[in-house]
Write a protein that binds this ligand. Structure first.
Ligand code: GTP
Ligand code: MG
Length: 400
């Protein structure tokens, strides 16, 4: 299953605009709350420098895309309805859409850094709403969502644990549906100092402490400080960086600018590769198109260096989730698969994955018959337990 990233935040912050910009799927976007009700799911990409340039090869990507030596690797994005304070109690659209985030490996919290919307997403004068409040509220909502799931039949859970003495197993039974694994549960019990405390003695505080740990371990989060093109966002973002830099990765974004650039590039009006710091005009444009591009140039690219959309996706996948990208091939001399496609596939894998584990991921049979792997660049043999590196090209040799 591809990596899935959830776009979350209060209503009207630009989640659907971000989604559209990253996937080029047209979805409903509007300047009022609850525009999105049912989730949108689509394919976005992380961008890496493709190894084809260094190897001086013309590649034939199959599971990904290569543009001017930049490899775009697919990931899944899910854009859900906005969350309002007390959504976990059923406020706004309630917590139905929280359930839609079960499969998400990580979350992108889209905030309105220009403070143009109140806590419930209603438009207000730019700069009048404090975006710091939104950062805190969202995490509380997520925590309350998990807390509530556990609290629902807590007495029963306690009883079973007392009999079976299997706290991890019972917590896992209730949390696995949210994409939370045993490792995260074990880790969180330790972090919250609850590993040896009888569950019947846990206070609500203990439970909340456990929940917070489990949530941050299973749904790591990054902040997209959106609407960064609006002037008041500049001071706001400085302030946010000062207040919470230690705790979060904050990336200034203008989803609206990215969407405009990608659409213009798609129509052949400009040359723009997602994530670039500039674009080039290719055709005669209308005055209003030129004006829109000038705005983007001045308020986004010159101000922030880029629109931030690609940077958010990259940073969450490579920094927060600690993934790396590797290229499996069947011919280590030509860098091809058996059909002769050059560097056909790139896999996103956790950075501690071993050669044999990746072999299994490529094909169960290759994993089972794994003899050794070859690093195609150095032609060195890699034993089963060798840990792979970012942008490695790897060939698996199987025993007969
Ligand atoms: N200036 C500016 N406006 C933006 C940006 N991103 C989104 N917007 C505007 O913000 C409004 C809300 O955008 P949506 O993408 O519909 O927001 P949402 O978070 O999906 O909203 P809900 O589905 O209601 O939760 C729209 O009017 C967008 O044009 C941005 O980067 N800059
Ligand atoms: Mg929306």
């Amino acid at each position: 299953m591809p990596l899935q990233l959830g776009l979350v935040g209060k209503p009207n912050t630009g989640k659907s605009t971000f989604f559209s910009a990253a996937t080029l799927i047209d979805v409903k976007r509007a300047p009022y709350p609850f525009t999105t009700i049912n989730p949108n799911i689509g394919v976005g990409y992380v961008r890496i420098k493709c190894i084809c340039k260094e190897l001086n090869l013309v590649d034939n990507p199959r599971n990904s895309i290569c543009v001017d030596g930049w490899r775009f690797i697919p990931i899944e994005l899910i854009d859900v309805a906005g969350l309002v304070p007390e959504a976990w109690k059923g406020k706004g659209l309630g917590n139905r859409f929280l359930d839609e985030l079960r499969r998400a490996n990580a979350l992108i919290h889209i905030i309105d850094a220009a403070g143009t919307t109140d806590s419930e997403g209603k438009p207000v004068k730019p700069g009048t709403h404090d975006p710091l409040v939104d950062i805190e509220f969202l995490e509380r909502e997520l925590d309350m969502w998990i807390f509530q799931i556990l609290k629902k039949d807590w007495a029963k859970l306690v009883k079973i644990v007392e009999i079976k003495k299997n706290v991890v197993e019972e917590l896992y039974n209730r949390l696995s549906g949210l994409g939370i694994d045993k490792e995260a549960i074990l880790y969180s019990l330790n972090e919250a100092d609850l590993a040896s405390k009888r569950i019947s003695n846990w206070s609500d505080n203990d439970l909340m402490n456990f929940v917070r740990n489990v949530r941050t371990a299973s749904k790591p989060l990054i902040i997209a400080a959106n609407k960064a093109d609006i002037d008041v966002a500049v001071d706001n973002i400085k302030y946010l960086m000062r207040e919470v830099r230690e705790k979060y990765i904050i990336v200034p974004t203008s989803a609206e600018a990215e969407l405009a650039l990608r659409r213009a590039a798609n129509k052949g009006l400009i040359k723009y590769i997602p994530g670039d710091s500039s674009f080039e005009i290719l055709k005669d444009l209308k005055t209003e198109q030129l004006r829109a591009l000038e705005y983007i140039e001045e308020k986004v690219l010159r101000r922030w260096g880029n629109t931030g959309v690609q940077q958010v996706l990259n940073r969450i996948v490579f920094e927060k989730l600690g993934m790396i990208a590797v290229y499996p091939v069947e011919n280590e001399n030509k860098y091809t698969d058996h059909r002769g496609n050059v560097l056909p596939d790139v896999f996103l894998i956790p950075k501690d994955m071993t050669a044999k584990e990746l072999a299994y991921l490529v094909h169960t049979e290759i994993g089972e018959k794994f003899a050794f792997a070859i690093d195609a660049m150095t032609k060195k043999r890699l034993p089963a337990d060798s840990v792979l590196k970012h942008r490695m090209v790897i060939k698996f040799v199987v025993s007969k």
